[in-house]
Design a protein around this ligand. Sequence first.
Ligand SMILES: [Ca+2]
Ligand SMILES: [Ca+2]
Ligand SMILES: [Ca+2]
Ligand SMILES: [Ca+2]
Length: 570
Amino acid sequence: MKSWRIWALGLLSIPVAALLVAGGCTRKIAVAPSSVALGTPTDTGTSTNTGTSTYTKTSTPTPSPTWTATVAGPTSTFTFTGTSTFTGTPTNTYTDTNTPTITATATNTVPGPTNTFTNTNTFTNTPTNTATPDPNLIDNLEDGDAQIMANGGRSGYWFTSGDTGCSANISPQSASFAPSAAPGNGSNFATRFSGTGCNVTGALVGFNFLDNGGAAAKLPYNLNANGYTGVVFDIKQNAGQVSSVWFAVSSINTEPTASGGSCSVSCNGHYGMTVPLTTSWQSVTIWFSWMNQPSWAPPVAFDPTQTFGMQWESKDTTGKAFDFSVDNIKFITGAAPPTPTPDCKPIDNMEDGDNQINTVCGRGGYWYTFIDKDTNAWGQSTAYSGNGNVPMAAGVTFVMSSPGNAGSNYCADITGKVGPICGNPYNTCPFVGMGFDFISAGSGPKVNYDIQTPGFIGCKFYIKAASTATGCRFKLPTYETSPTSVGGSCTGASGQCSDDWGINFTGLTPAWTQKTVALDQVVNGGDLSQEGWGMATPFDRTKVYSAQWQFNNSQPGQNYDLAIDDMVFY
Ligand SMILES: [Ca+2]
Ligand SMILES: [Ca+2]
Ligand SMILES: [Ca+2]
Ligand SMILES: [Ca+2]
């Protein structure tokens, strides 16, 4: 019964992107000056008429006279020939759809009734482009090289980077970066980045604002000097399973000292935002004031006066294929709208493929397994994540499994076996499970999460069990039920802590099923109760530590395969 001896595995809040290395960022190659048409051309040129003129006309009443057009350039002469049977003074009207406006005049040499002419000339205009470069445009890739456009004083180069699992598989490689000739968004070129096999931190594509000539230290670029307050870009998922990226702006306080920043610990936690990908081009607007750091990163200020570049990161670390394109990156100016009010209800659908719940509304804890562990006979449970391929042990990062609920890519899934017997010294029985903390505590005491203030009254999630253990207990450790060793207040005798508030599920099947749990005590109309073997506490809705799914001595010796997906508050 007693879960007093918990050895949490994978609890380390692995900074998923902490080790992303922005490499190869200053490769300098000889390039021709940009000659791409910038901005909206202003047509101030001379029109050269190289088309064939045809004229149609209507006349009232019929029968029609016959008209023959003599075509010239912008000045055309019309000659009427034929026999008019009409009498009276004709009024001829010409409609000219050319640009620039043709100055043709026509002479109706035969009097008649009201005639209407429509000029359907086709002209080929050769406008003179007098547009000036748009200083806000960062790059449209149309010159086909690896350097961003020379607007706004910028000069940097594109680069790519991948972790040790995928560095050889990413395309393009940083040293040979080239825009993809596959059509960009209404254009000839875009940045296309693809790869597979990332297993540590992921992979990224990005650029520096300034060319530093290959030196280690990047050069700072001042966004405020031009009044830049945000950026828009076009982005599209071409293929692969990774369906979101982390967009980030590197700046001095998150950039490592080795590359010109001031960060010395847990660096590269750049300010950014998650961008969900779609399979058709979408325009994404990001105001810099909307951006946040990843929750694992030491909080520092975003300094817009000392930024280095922008990057798009695939955060998947389970080897999934990613393939996305970026085009038409452009700064925007002006006052940012208020930060959108985030939807605090979704907890995690795992679709970003990492081991962290959604970093929203103060949450951002990490998935883990926990397991009995002792030299006693009962300490023999096992746990695997990542489609059963990752044996969980202390410090091993929890890996999501595929596929997930409702055709999605990922879910949280653990497989293994519950230890066989209960035993001394406290009649402790085997247990194993998975869960997450609502707030990452790092290596410190667990952090209270308040579900009362946001008004959450329950949670929902999808669950399935595909092995012989068809039941589990869903529970929410709180400050009051947790032992002092992890930051809680439970000081009961040995073995009396961790009798957490929860609910038992039985009859789970291999089919995904949604469960709804009212997060309050049964006596208050909720679904939660303690098991009764431990210290009695109230269910404190302001001090919730975690959500966990656990097998215990009700399934000794059972094989289990338990999956969770699409968890939300309501
Ligand atoms: Ca383009
Ligand atoms: Ca270029
Ligand atoms: Ca996540
Ligand atoms: Ca999912």
